[in-house]
Design a protein around this ligand. Structure first.
Ligand code: GLC
Length: 476
């Protein structure tokens, strides 16, 4: 597997220097990290004080004012719509933080993402009908005021911004994640779409709770660990939720709520946060944004979530290839098209790194696919690996910055664990991601506080959380 292309020492030094130069722009120095945390905190305060703007909103009240204890039991329906998957479930709460889930899962095709609202919600309703057919109905909790035929209560976890106006009501905000439903979905009531689709298909199911997936993750994690105080999603997208004091949620009618609750879970929509004044955007971030269908939207998320990391690596690598500094000017097949190199590829590549180095080089070479029998040098593959590590390490730091801001919004007793329920493939699957995030938290908080911060996986958070909220708010 000897390199057929000769790379002179000169060239090697040149590319290492060039990459060091780029790396400076991708490095979150303590000062930059601090500026991001402060920027996030400021945006949290602004969001709590400002009524939702049309099309965009942050710090969205969820109307969920209590968390489960872990002792709840019963079976509830849940629907979890993410960027790539629809899951419809019957969640059996067994008490002691245990659950049993029966689910029907479908991938969301590009065709569906860009279809009409009727086609999209009919497809959802068909999936619900499939689950319904599997249910022994008598086991499922029924909606209190259902008139015959009895309706089954369902909680919905919605992984997109929603301007919530009640526990089961909310206006759809700009969706992201490739959803450009043709007849305009923004500004419409989400519950109505479900209601009408279930009616069209004669499905006796009624949506009694709608939560953002971060709220779902927090509620679901609180069921297994009642100390949970942050819900964090880090997958295709990113977002966080936490319980905020009602008295600080100025955009809510505080007087109306203050007597009934002290805290309410808030969906930060931190993905939308950020601007040039504190986010260290590189020219690659700008190029990515410019090539995106929704430029300017979700600047923070575009720097660090699973939908984007692969493309950032591709942009950096192609820049070096075009200057004939990497791969001797050969663009490998996997990097040739925009958005063709995925975060899953990076994750696979970083996963190789613990193996024998020669094997890593040949596996990466094989994965990238070069034409014309070109074989890159080992040094070139190392540079490519470095680019992956550079982009994913910055992502971990950016994830940590959001967590710092959300943790510092709250007060914890000195001996209290700070429990974060996390859901999402980038956190769960990317090699070393939880450790890198934790390391960045430790750099900020110091060892003794960092030891109390537990990043715990809130598996199936969306569906379990939605079912739990349907349960909590059905019973009273
Ligand atoms: C996106 C959505 C947000 C969701 C997050 C995680 O950023 O805007 O609502 O919570 O992804 O799935």
């Amino acid at each position: 597997m000897a390199a057929t292309n000769y790379t002179s020492n000169n060239n090697k030094e040149k590319i290492i220097k060039r990459l060091d130069w780029i790396r400076q722009d991708f490095t979150l120095t303590p000062a930059i990290f601090k500026a991001i945390v402060e920027g996030f905190k400021q945006e949290c305060d602004q969001g709590l004080n400002t009524a939702s703007a049309s099309g965009l909103a942050t710090m969205i009240p969820s109307y969920v004012t209590r968390l489960p204890t872990g002792h709840e039991t019963g079976i509830y329906l849940a629907l979890d719509l993410g960027g790539s998957t629809l899951r419809v479930c019957a969640v059996q709460l067994l008490g002691q933080g245990q659950v049993n889930v029966t689910e029907v899962r479908r991938s969301i095709t590009d065709q569906l993402r860009t279809s009409s609202t009727i086609v999209f919600f009919d497809w959802i309703a068909d999936t619900v009908a499939e689950l319904y057919a599997l249910l022994p109905n008598q086991h499922v909790a029924r909606d209190n005021d259902a008139s015959p035929p009895p309706q089954l209560a369902m909680g919905v976890s919605w992984s997109f911004p929603l301007d919530q106006t009640g526990i089961s009501k909310g206006t759809i905000l700009r969706m992201g994640k490739g959803f450009t439903v043709t007849d305009g979905i923004d500004g419409q009531d989400l519950a109505t779409f479900f209601l009408e689709a279930f009616q069209r298909k004669n499905i006796p199911v009624v949506v009694t709770a709608i939560v953002n997936d971060t709220i779902g993750a927090l509620v679901a994690h609180a069921y297994s660990n009642p100390q949970a105080r942050v819900g964090f999603i880090y997958g295709t997208g990113v977002n966080a939720a936490y319980p905020e004091k009602v008295s600080r949620i100025i955009k809510l009618n505080v007087a109306e709520w203050q007597d009934t609750a002290t805290e309410m879970l808030v969906n930060t929509e931190i993905d939308i946060f950020g601007n040039e004044s504190y986010l260290p955007l590189t020219r690659f971030d700008r190029a990515l944004d410019a090539s995106h269908a929704q430029p300017g939207f979700q600047p923070y998320e575009k720097m660090m979530s699973g939908a984007y990391l692969g493309e950032l690596v591709r942009l950096v690598a192609v820049d070096l290839v075009n200057d004939r500094e990497l791969f001797d000017g050969h663009v490998p097949y996997l990097l040739a098209q925009p958005w063709s190199f995925l975060t899953a590829h990076m994750s696979e590549i970083e996963g190789y790194s613990s193996d024998d180095h020669q094997l890593v080089v040949s596996r990466v070479t094989e994965l990238l696919q070069f034409a014309d029998n070109y074989t890159p040098t080992e040094a070139d593959i190392d540079v490519f690996l470095d680019i992956c590590v550079m982009v994913s390490t910055r992502a971990a730091g950016l994830a940590a910055a959001a967590l710092v801001a959300i943790i510092e919004q709250q007060s914890f007793k000195p001996d209290q664990d700070i429990v974060v329920g996390v859901n999402g493939t980038t956190f769960e699957m990317y090699p070393g991601m939880p450790q890198r995030i934790h390391r960045a938290l430790e750099q900020w908080f110091g060892e003794s506080i960092a030891k109390r911060i537990k990043l715990e996986v809130a598996r199936d958070g969306g569906s379990i959380g939605a079912a739990l909220v349907a349960m909590l708010y059905q019973e009273g």
